[in-house]
Design a binder for this molecule. Structure first.
Ligand code: DGP
Length: 122
């Protein structure tokens, strides 16, 4: 799947759409989800143009991957959810109902999250 430069996160990265930033460095931006699914719901995105986890994991540079993983851990600490716990999740493709085709992690916390996922049908 080719990267769509007009997806909503690309537009956020270009400053065309505002966001509530919680962290930013050379390779990474993190901001609050517009439709939070938990008391804490933050999106962590690489600044590079990657469609999904599959794309990022195969094509990002070691520097980008390291920056992304380290930033994600640090953001959880900075949000204050380290002690009580949190969940990170990334949707890839149709089965996972990925809406925005720019790789991102969801970071959920601030409350009890229950166990794992609820499939549409099983
Ligand atoms: P996913 O289904 O994994 O692609 O999740 C996309 C998430 O992006 C979804 O939880 C809602 C969020 N989102 C969509 N548009 C915007 C936006 O304009 N601003 C912010 N902050 N979040 C958005």
């Amino acid at each position: 799947m080719a990267y769509d430069p007009n997806n909503i996160f690309a537009r956020i990265l270009r400053g065309e759409i505002p966001n509530q930033t919680v962290y930013e460095d050379e390779h990474v931006l993190a901001f609050h989800d517009i439709n939070p699914q938990a008391k804490v719901h933050v999106l962590v995105i690489p600044k590079g143009a990657y469609v999904s986890f599959a794309d990022f994991s195969q094509n990002a540079s070691p520097e980008e991957i390291t920056a992304f993983v380290r930033a994600s851990g640090r953001i959880a600490q900075d949000l204050g959810v380290e002690a009580d716990g949190y969940r990170i999740l990334s949707n890839h493709g149709v089965d996972a109902a990925q809406e925005v085709p720019h790789f991102h992690l969801h970071l959920f916390g601030g409350q009890r999250l229950g166990r794992m996922i609820k499939p549409l049908d099983s």
